[in-house]
Design a protein around this ligand. Structure first.
Ligand SMILES: NC(=O)c1ccc[n+]([C@@H]2O[C@H](COP(=O)([O-])OP(=O)(O)OC[C@H]3O[C@@H](n4cnc5c(N)ncnc54)[C@H](O)[C@@H]3O)[C@@H](O)[C@H]2O)c1
Length: 390
């Protein structure tokens, strides 16, 4: 096989965005042979764009058709796991949009199904392709910052208006989406947090519901995480602040990293701070450091992730965003909700039953309001909307 036959499931904003860059030649080893959507107008619009591919009004029919080797799932989050498990059962590879699911049990089940089938499971964590994040990860993981002390990420430039929230009936609801900024915008950042810095062992969080918008889910969040080695992480995000910031600061015993304005700044201490602290006779020294900085153009991460997924299946290239890591960012957001709902600490691994009970209660109590029909944006806006935005 020298080309991957791909079926895209969900032809809304993201599904049509994926089709758009594949059709413009950015993924030469991928051929879209089928697509599915439950909305007839999406099917009609897509048929006009790619008449050579087979159209299905259900994901199941596409999966069973034998026309695709792999599926790219771009439907609302609750359905990612069901569709993925079905695809694995039929021997297909799966690349799913983020978040992998809404609660951790779903993602464990996806991984079990993937392992059983022996097929590839990837997640569209496109921001992992940004060289600046990859460099930060390398520095931390190689121990060049020494023992980790602290991560602070203020990522408040996910600004959204009320019109955005009103643009789809599933958006910003417990029933339709399972959460707000933590599940829709921040999964990329939560993934990078754990990818670079590792997983915390417990979380305390404050999730403010409808603070800046008329929505029943959170649009302003502060998370505090604690690590086995005593390190801490503070993560702040919102869709209601302008102009927002995107500043990630990581410190360790041997120095500090700051990622902001598309730049990685690296201060390397000449001596480990723990030694300076213990041995220096002067109470007011300013530890000396070397300084370096890195910049790199931001790649278009979506085609890069899809190309890597295809290279993995066709040639065995290492997968950049494997499915089992989808559990990590979701564990952080599930723990953050649980902490906020119970007004206390939440451990990781997450108490799954308790989480699901709370979520079910919120879903039952939700007033389903009539919203205007779904408005789709032209695909060309997508890259701009989902880029890192320093
Ligand atoms: N990686 C990224 O940068 C990125 C960016 C935007 C959205 N996303 C993710 O992509 C997913 C979709 O978001 P969107 O903005 O495209 O939503 P959207 O509402 O624009 O599109 C969803 C489409 O799925 C269809 N659909 C719903 N249920 C279906 C089902 N069971 N089978 C087949 N089709 C179904 C809908 O009719 C709609 O056309 C979400 O999980 C979102 O988090 C990822």
């Amino acid at each position: 096989m020298d080309k991957l036959r791909l079926g895209i499931i969900g032809m809304g904003n993201m599904g049509s965005g994926h089709l758009g860059y594949i059709q413009s030649g950015e993924c030469p080893r991928v051929e879209v042979t089928a697509f599915a959507d439950i909305a007839p107008e999406k099917l009609k619009r897509t048929m006009e764009k790619i008449p050579s591919a087979a159209a299905f009004d259900s994901a199941d029919d596409l999966i069973k058709s034998g026309l695709a080797d792999a599926v790219l799932i771009a439907v609302p989050h609750y359905d990612h796991p069901t569709i993925a498990v079905k695809a694995f059962e039929h021997g297909l590879h799966v690349l799913t949009e983020k978040p992998a699911g809404v609660y951790t049990r779903q993602v464990r089940e996806m991984n079990d199904a993937a392992n059983k089938s022996g097929k590839c499971f990837g997640i569209m964590f496109n921001q992992r392709t940004n060289p600046i994040y990859a460099k930060a990860r390398e520095i931390v993981r190689r121990g060049q910052l020494g023992d980790t002390k602290r991560l602070v990420w203020i990522v408040t430039n996910w600004y959204r208006t009320q019109a955005y929230y009103d643009s789809g009936s599933w958006r910003a609801t417990w029933n339709g989406e399972g959460g707000g900024v933590l599940l829709n915008q921040a999964p990329h950042n939560l993934d990078l947090w754990q990818w670079i810095f590792g997983m915390p062992k417990r979380i305390r969080a404050f999730c403010a519901v409808g603070k800046y918008h008329k929505i029943g889910v959170e649009d302003d969040v502060t998370i505090y995480g604690e690590y086995e080695n005593g390190a801490t992480a503070t993560f702040i995000t919102t869709t209601g602040e302008a102009p927002g910031s995107n500043r990630l600061e990581i410190s360790g015993t041997k120095g500090k990293l700051v990622l902001e304005d598309g730049k990685l700044k690296w201060w390397r201490l000449k001596e480990d701070e723990r030694l300076t602290c213990a041995l220096c006779k002067n109470g007011f020294v300013w530890p000396e450091s070397f300084y370096e900085e890195f910049t790199a153009p931001e790649p278009d991460g979506h085609p890069e992730i899809l190309n890597n997924f295809a290279d993995h299946i066709l040639d065995g290239a290492p997968l950049l965003a494997p499915g089992e890591e989808g559990l990590n960012s979701l564990s952080i957001s599930n723990a953050a909700y649980l902490s906020s709902w119970t007004d206390g600490w939440a451990e990781i691994p997450v108490a799954e039953e308790l989480f699901e009970e709370h979520l079910a209660e919120l879903c039952r109590g939700e007033k389903v309001t009539k919203r205007p029909p779904l408005v789709s944006e032209p695909a060309e806006k997508l890259t701009e909307r989902w880029r890192v935005r320093w």
